[in-house]
Design a binder for this molecule. Structure first.
Ligand code: AMP
Length: 222
């Protein structure tokens, strides 16, 4: 099974994908997390990717696509994947269809998370992530704070703010890129009849956690 979680930054893609992955056999494949792990370890991929990420730009497809393929073809993905942060453009979506088709697979479900823009900016600025790359838990200082300030509930490592979350300019740029390059994917997948839109917002008291458990229920009933 291949599931894509779509949505602008700060809508809770990582949270939803993480909960689904923990409760199913699907591998969470987060391109942003893989890039951050490589940046931390200063691998050649990380050094190259960081030139784009630090400024809020997309990493070019000739770096991103082969990286995704290597995970899709790995043993870890044998039961299926939940893609979080990929595809991010029509070119990537078409490439993904091509890659899956060659392997006798297809995208089964696309979950489109929507959140009002003012809530998104507030969420990104108050987001904290676990510094332990094996854990990668995400917190929000207002909505979902850790029990002990600055410490991950799950593994005890320090919580940090992502570099690209700390600058308003980088956040704005990422949202602009989302509107211009990623938002058209909503229509692309709607036309294929596999799109499921879910509003995630404190205003309607619907959080990513609830969305994730609803999706898990539906997957299990299929
Ligand atoms: P994310 O954690 O999904 O917000 O990703 C963080 C950053 O990694 C993005 O702002 C991009 O610079 C880069 N990135 C993640 N996924 C992709 C992708 N599919 N294509 C290009 N760049 C990506």
């Amino acid at each position: 099974m291949v599931i894509i979680i779509l949505g602008a930054q700060g809508t809770g893609k990582g949270t939803v994908a993480g909960i689904i992955s923990e409760n199913t056999k699907l591998l969470q494949l987060s391109t942003g997390d893989i890039f951050r792990k490589n940046i931390k370890e200063q691998t050649p991929l990380g050094i190259e990717a960081n030139k784009y990420i630090a400024n809020g730009n997309l990493v070019p497809d000739d770096i991103t696509v082969p990286m995704v393929v290597s995970y899709l073809d790995s043993e870890m993905a044998k039961n299926g994947v939940i893609l979080d942060g990929f595809p991010r453009s029509l070119a990537q979506a078409e490439k993904l269809d091509e890659i899956l088709e060659k392997r006798g697979k297809k995208v089964d479900l696309v979950v489109n998370l929507t959140t009002p823009r003012d809530e998104i900016i507030d969420r990104i600025l108050t987001r904290r992530v676990c510094s332990n790359q094996q854990c990668r838990a995400t917190y929000n200082l207002k909505m979902h704070p850790p029990i002990k300030e600055g410490i991950c509930d799950k593994c005890g490592a320090n919580l940090i703010q992502r570099e690209d979350d700390s600058s308003k300019e980088a956040i704005q740029k990422r949202l602009e890129i989302y509107d211009n390059q990623t938002a058209p994917l909503v229509e692309y997948y709607r036309k294929k009849g596999i799109l499921r839109t879910e509003e995630v917002s404190v205003r309607i008291n619907r959080l990513g956690k609830q969305v994730a458990f609803d999706i898990i229920k539906d997957i299990e009933n299929k």
